[in-house]
Design a protein around this ligand. Structure first.
Ligand SMILES: Cc1ncc(COP(=O)(O)O)c(C=O)c1O
Length: 363
């Protein structure tokens, strides 16, 4: 048996659709982009959804739109993809790392309180693994201190908190459509917001700071530039692939949760691994487990042809670019040493989940 780490999400009908768009010659900012954005609004319940070229791009745009600059501080969890911190750093502001909850990888609200200063302008929450952060508690802290919340939802498509989709709790939520994610456009992302002014700003600066999008221009080439912007657009054929997968995603999400529940029931009895509790609100981008004998586990998984990954093998404050002697984050460092991501997509049969369990049980 062979189990891939992530599933192939592209169907024959998607390829046909892409071919049609490529032949049409209308390759960017077209009707497929609008359709994908509208469908995303429906799925997440957000008022505005804007396609972007990647989640990193959307996070950077959010930081730009908040006018973050040198001297400002932004709190980010130390266990996340480096994109979360880079988005801040690109504006000149400083990411301030915060420790996490060891098992879930989620930012620890108690630790947030301790690192807020007068310079703290924003916080980027990361819904690691598709688990939702403790948003109510964090919102209370941020409201008191007038700190803006950006949600990095790269892992969070389908994750809920108090019956609301993640990404709706701060000024912006940004999703990733990298190939291993729940849906993919190759590269790509979506930014959601419920703030009209913020949405307008993002639409403008994701396309050079131009004041009129292509549908608003009466004469081709007639526009003004009112802002400093960049080109972070998604192509129309990528949007078409995203739209098709999003339509299929509710079914996939249900299966993912069923699989996660089943795998949890099997693995919770294994003494040599630790796993976060199953939660119906989580979307299970991957299924994280922890082991102090990670090398043995990785070898076993490799021998048994079971795909896996590590999210992430170093905490951000341990990466050369961000390293400082003063940082010490016990949980983030422990998480980095022990985590393994197991596959959990909908197409995994019970038979395959049993096979994963048996492999881990043999150790
Ligand atoms: C938590 C997190 N944030 C941001 C990103 C960046 O996403 P993208 O590759 O779409 O730029 C990733 C990438 O996997 C991620 O895992």
């Amino acid at each position: 048996m062979k189990i891939n780490f992530s599933s192939n999400k592209i169907k024959k009908q998607d390829i046909k659709q892409v071919e049609k768009i490529l032949k049409s010659g209308w390759l960017t900012h077209g009707k497929n982009t609008i359709n994908f954005e509208n469908e995303f609004k429906k799925f997440t319940g957000a008022k505005f959804a804007i396609t972007v070229s990647s989640c990193t791009a959307g996070l950077h745009l959010s930081c730009m739109a908040l006018q973050l600059k040198k001297g400002d501080e932004v709190i980010v969890p130390s266990q996340t993809h480096v994109a979360t911190a880079h988005a801040v750093k690109l504006t000149g502001a400083t990411p301030i790392f915060c420790d996490i909850n060891y098992l879930t990888g989620l930012i620890n609200p108690e630790k947030i309180k301790k690192i807020i200063t007068k310079k703290t302008k924003a916080i980027i929450l990361v819904h690691m693994n598709g688990f939702s952060c403790e948003i109510n508690e964090i919102k209370k802290i941020c409201k008191r201190k007038k700190i803006k919340i950006i949600e990095d939802c790269a892992h969070g498509l389908g994750s809920m908190y108090n019956k609301k989709h993640v990404g709706n709790f701060g000024i912006a939520g940004v999703f990733s459509f990298y190939p291993t994610k729940q849906i993919t456009t190759g590269e790509g992302g979506m930014l959601i917001t419920n703030n009209k002014q913020f949405a307008k700003k993002i639409r403008s600066i994701k396309a050079f700071g131009i004041d009129k999008d292509i549908t608003q221009r009466k004469i081709p080439g007639y526009y003004d530039v009112k802002d400093l912007g960049i080109n972070y657009r998604m192509t129309d054929f990528q949007a078409a692939i995203g739209y098709k997968q999003l339509k299929r995603y509710p079914k996939e999400l249900k299966l993912r949760k069923q699989n996660a529940k089943y795998l949890y029931s099997l693995l919770q009895n294994l003494k040599h691994i630790k796993i976060p509790k199953f939660n119906e609100d989580y979307s299970y981008f991957i299924f994280p487990i922890h082991s102090t004998k990670r090398n043995n586990l990785m070898k076993k998984l490799k021998d048994k042809k079971i795909g896996f990954s590590i999210h992430y093998a170093k905490a951000l404050h341990q990466m050369s670019y961000y390293k400082k002697k003063s940082f010490k984050m016990i949980n983030a460092e422990r998480y980095a040493k022990t985590n393994i991501s197991l596959p959990i997509y909908g197409a995994l049969s019970k038979n395959k989940l049993n096979y994963i369990y048996k492999a881990l049980n043999e150790i």
